[in-house]
Write a protein that binds this ligand. Structure first.
Ligand SMILES: [Fe+2]
Ligand SMILES: [Fe+2]
Length: 165
């Protein structure tokens, strides 16, 4: 295999590893938010997890196109965080790291003269920046409204379950 493809395949498998870890981590957060009655955050973690699954798909398709194979190894194990604020801080940090990493890999792809792989990294950066922003916004809400913000989510659930207004 020519060296350009080998490097791209390695980086794209780095994406797969990061994204698989994120999917697992966000699903874990989803379960615990739902268990604690925080439906809005449970929904956000589920939706983000699905976005990350799509990222795996994009990277995997490119890996196969380049003649490699997809290494289905999560980059890190699930961290068992159940405090909502700690979840959001962890999630924001994961997105921040992905943005930095994918930006760097986009530059490596350019150096390797692989524009199509670069484009994938660029699109991922845009998505991860959006995820970062969403988690940052939630942390901001918590800082501003504290327990009231979380309590409101529980009240909304009770209302919907009792069929009230
Ligand atoms: Fe992602
Ligand atoms: Fe993300």
């Amino acid at each position: 295999m020519d060296p350009m493809r080998e490097k791209s395949i390695e980086l794209l498998n780095g994406v797969v590893a990061d994204e698989l870890a994120a999917i697992h981590q966000y699903l874990y957060f989803h379960f615990h938010c739902e268990d604690q009655g925080y439906d809005l955050l449970a929904g956000l973690f589920m939706k983000t997890s699905l976005d990350e699954m799509h990222h795996v798909e994009v990277a995997a398709e490119r890996i196969l196109f380049l003649g490699g194979d997809v290494e289905m190894k999560p980059a890190f194990p699930v961290e068992k965080i159940t405090d909502v604020r700690e979840m959001l801080v962890k999630a924001r940090k994961m997105e921040e790291e992905s943005v930095a990493e994918y930006n760097e890999w986009a530059n490596i792809a350019t150096a390797e003269k692989d524009a199509a792989t670069r484009k994938i990294f660029e699109d991922l950066v845009a998505d991860e920046e959006r995820h970062y922003d969403q988690y940052d916004q939630e942390i901001d809400n918590l800082d501003r409204f504290g327990e009231k913000y979380l309590a409101l989510q529980s009240i909304e659930r009770s209302k919907s379950m009792s069929g009230g207004d």
